[in-house]
Design a protein around this ligand. Sequence first.
Ligand code: JFZ
Length: 435
Amino acid sequence: LSLWSLSAAAQSYQPTADNLAARKAFQDDKFGLFIHWGVYSQLGDGEWVMNNQQIPIKDYEKLPTFFNPTQFDPKAWVSMAKNAGMRYITITSKHHDGFAMWHSKVSPYNIVDATPYKKDALKMLADECKAQGIKLFFYHSHLDWHHPDYFPRGKTGGTWTGRPEKGNFDTYLRYMDAQLTELLSGDYGPIAGIWFDGWWDQARDEMNKSTRDTKVDWQLRRTYDLIHKLQPAALIGNNHHVAPFDGEDFQMFERDLPGQNTFGYNTNEVSQLPLETCETLNGAWGFNLRDNHYKSPKELVRYLVKAAGRNANFLLNVGPMPNGKIQPEFVNALAEVGKWTQQFGETVYGTRGGPVGPRPWGVTTANGKRVFVHILDWNDAQLTLPTLPTRVKSARIFGSKQAVKVSQTADGVLLTMPTAPAANAIDTIVELETE
Ligand code: JFZ
């Protein structure tokens, strides 16, 4: 235990006023685009391909030598996100394969020095995000299958890697901090946040990933403090599937709405921090040639609404192709989602979870005195809400002049709509004006 960790442990993280303002803005933004893109995209078998196919480092290192995404058009990506109604982008700066998608100065294993493309894709994207006024986060992997000093797998487990079973873990941590420093130096503008992943690789109990006990000292507070020192408003999240650690600014739920635990890897503990859930448009994060299980625009909108009703953001992933383009199925689905957010986004952006918690029929969101009742699964013109904290003054179908009749009794608030929600409706929204 170093002197540093003793003093840090004694003092819990105090977010600055800028950071708190950024958290609020993050919650208002509600909807983001997640992008998994790297040299693995070329194999069309997801971002875990190095591990899944047990590709040795020497062979994997051939991938950058022909990574040449000449059709990468940051303008098209950012426009696509904005038209979908997304207000931030979270892109993989480094995934588990250890390859840097920016011009790193501390390792030649990066997009400028190791590929024929030779351009800093993250810088290009950052500039375009700035031009179009959308925030940028970096997904950064703790786990690294390439760096020689990443903690040896040895007998203790951790995911398979092609690197030697030795190394100095502290050297690795310094390397990670050096790369994060590059990303937060200002060259990429103000960064909205860092989205960590891979902490769980060193969880001591491999069967029970929800343990907070790790085989290594990740020195998270040291890295978090460095980030907050470089950019105090940058929000830190970590996809570790347990309750937030000191120094984090938001809590993530991978492929689950907060509080749900479908896959058995998220905690059920929902913290007071801003919340985010991520999902992919098909079943893959990085480009997968054979995955065509696309979620429909209706499912995607409903996921956004359900997240908002649980006070959470929705980070929706696409895995661009190796040529730099995003496949038409993704582009088209996002354009459809955009039609909905254009018309109904007001019931989601800037809102918080409403006065009525999630119900089998749907969710509520609220913005000040306006409450939005999102009716997703209900086929009757009448719906009874539990008693609300304030009286309802009036109600209407959102975006129309159609009034909704309200009768408030001791049992609750009975809403009577002009007609029952259509069977194929995406979301029937009743707007309540409350006192
Ligand atoms: C992680 C990554 O491994 C994955 O490649 C992708 O980036 C996703 C967003 O995040 O996925 C995980 C991480 C941990 C578990 C499962 C999926 N886990 O502990 O079971």
